[in-house]
Design a protein around this ligand. Structure first.
Ligand code: HEM
Length: 492
């Protein structure tokens, strides 16, 4: 009996091997029918399994993940070249994502809709001040500085009590993102804002549950998965109801405003009688607003939390940063972007944080829209391409002692920032993150002023095992630290 099962299994795997090599596909591990390699993928840290496979099969390999054939890349030059190609400008077509997003928004769209909306969002970012210089940039900086001031006063009131950084920064960075996206910051106890925050906190957990559905849609027959998708769709509907109510209330006030909602509403009015096809509809507006809120808040909040943890666990580096910040800030006010130019150590600490704990460790997948050849291998249409950030950011070829937090690796002998080709937290090419500059500004302004005002330390009494668990993180929509508290002790 056993030898028959063994022979069948061997036959299936050998056929898989022949299929792959005959078709000139990149090498890779064998899988089993329906599931592919999924049974061997660590469900909590898939990026680590994928990185181990890169060590075995090389910097470009293929892997079957449920119904999706994927190619995983971890050579920085290859990744940059591939991501720059038009054939890789699409996202993978996940049924569950389509069901939730209904092919609206920006992050999961493709074709003319994606082109039009991406151009619109990039232009909006320029209008609000994401530019090299000018009054608009100064005004935007003032908005972030307001959020930073409030944060610092709240942290002072904490009176050395340990703070849950997840909930805390969701409020304060969320307030700023609401201002630029919705033109409105709600009071902390506003029911709508509480609802949206709960949704954001819960979203990551729900996403983790729903992830297997993207590669194995058949799982939807199981109530746990089906119900999670229903709950997410319900959350989307309720969020859109809040947005639509806000849109109705705004009326003429939008003419003076340049938040995303106002800009979109103005475009909708302008296009009312437009005969050319476009996507400036109320439905698209709602999906775009939630895309921008989601992409902007979860990523920056978690990167800031990782940064504070690394500061808390590396007191020597935090002391060096205190010295640099003290000498850059002599007037007792807030540290601004101009002063931050002269504090490369701060920038290096933020980059080193994003290297060690990128919020998208497996990479945000792209999809091949026309068959192409990469490194001599055939990559068929529809292949999911993963730029494996974890592998690039932890590879000994590019980083000495890759597991060590050593910000100075980002500085040259004169103390200037170095661009590392293997550092790719925002990915690259036609679909790279549109919010990279804004994220750096948020992280620099929050990071610099918090560390300048406080000494940050871990909650007392944590064992090494507990610290390791926090630092291993939890992988949902993004890689976030496991729940923890940090103590902020005033120093000035
Ligand atoms: C630490 C902060 C952030 C990180 C690490 C990050 C990372 C990423 C990554 C890896 C992608 C996928 C890019 C690709 O496919 O090549 C992405 C896409 C995107 N990000 Fe960010 N992001 C951050 C903050 C932000 C912010 C603040 C915003 C908005 C203001 C934003 C808006 C977007 C949008 C709209 C996309 C989709 C772009 C498209 O599909 O064309 N991100 N981000």
């Amino acid at each position: 009996m056993f030898w028959i099962i063994g022979a069948i299994l061997f036959g299936v795997l050998y056929a898989g091997y022949l299929w792959r090599s005959n078709r000139n596909l990149p090498p890779g591990p064998w899988g089993v029918p329906i599931f592919g390699y999924l049974p061997w993928l660590n469900p909590t840290e898939p990026y680590k399994t994928l990185t181990a496979l890169a060590c075995k099969y090389g910097s470009i390999y293929s892997i079957q993940m449920g119904k999706h054939f994927a190619v995983v890349m971890s050579d920085p030059t290859l990744v940059r070249m591939a991501l720059a190609r038009n054939e890789l400008a699409d996202r993978t077509n996940f049924e569950v994502v389509n069901e939730i997003m209904q092919e609206h928004g920006l992050i999961f769209t493709h074709g003319p809709l994606w082109k039009e909306q991406r151009k619109f969002v990039c232009n909006w970012l320029k209008v609000i001040g994401v530019t090299k210089f000018g009054d608009k940039k100064n005004n935007l900086q003032l908005l972030i500085a307001d959020a930073v001031s409030t944060t610092i006063s709240k942290l002072r009131q904490s009176d050395n009590r340990p703070i849950d950084t997840g909930t805390f920064f969701l409020v304060h960075i969320g307030d700023f993102i609401n201002l630029i996206v919705l033109g409105k910051a709600w009071p902390e106890d506003d029911p709508n804002w509480i609802y949206l925050r709960n949704l954001a906190e819960d979203g990551s957990k729900k996403f983790a549950i729903a992830t297997p559905l993207s590669v194995l849609p058949i799982l939807k027959i199981i109530p746990k998965y089906r119900n999670t998708v229903f709950e997410v769709i319900e959350g989307v509907k309720n969020t859109h109801f809040i947005y639509k109510t806000l849109m109705e209330k705004r009326g003429n006030e939008i003419h003076e405003s340049d938040d995303l909602m106002a800009m979109f509403m103005k475009e909708m009015t302008k296009r009312t009688n437009d005969k050319d096809s476009h996507h400036f509809t109320e439905k698209q507006c709602c999906f775009l607003l939630s895309d921008l809120f989601g992409a902007g808040v979860e990523t920056t909040v978690n990167t800031l939390r990782w940064f504070l943890l690394y500061m808390a666990l590396n007191q020597g580096i935090q002391n060096d940063l205190h010295k640099s910040l003290d000498s850059a800030c002599t007037d007792g006010g807030l540290i601004g972007l101009e002063q931050i130019k002269s504090i490369p150590l701060l920038k290096a600490c933020v980059s080193e944080t994003m290297r060690l704990r990128p919020v998208a460790p497996s990479g945000i997948p792209r999809s091949v829209n026309t068959e192409i050849t990469i490194s001599g291998y055939r990559i068929p249409k529809g292949t999911m391409v993963l730029p494996l950030q974890w592998a690039m950011h932890h590879d000994e070829k590019y980083w000495t002692d890759p597991e060590t937090f050593r910000p100075k690796r980002f500085l040259d002998d004169e103390g200037n920032m170095i661009n590392h080709k293997a550092f790719m937290p925002f990915q690259a090419g036609k679909r790279a993150c549109v919010g990279d500059t804004l994220s750096y500004w948020i992280l620099y302004l929050f990071g610099a002023n918090i560390i300048h005002n406080f000494n940050v330390s871990p909650e007392r009494g944590l064992s090494e095992k507990e610290i390791n668990t926090i630092m291993d993180g939890e992988f949902g929509i993004t890689l976030s630290p496991a729940a923890h508290n940090v103590v902020f002790k005033s120093r000035i």
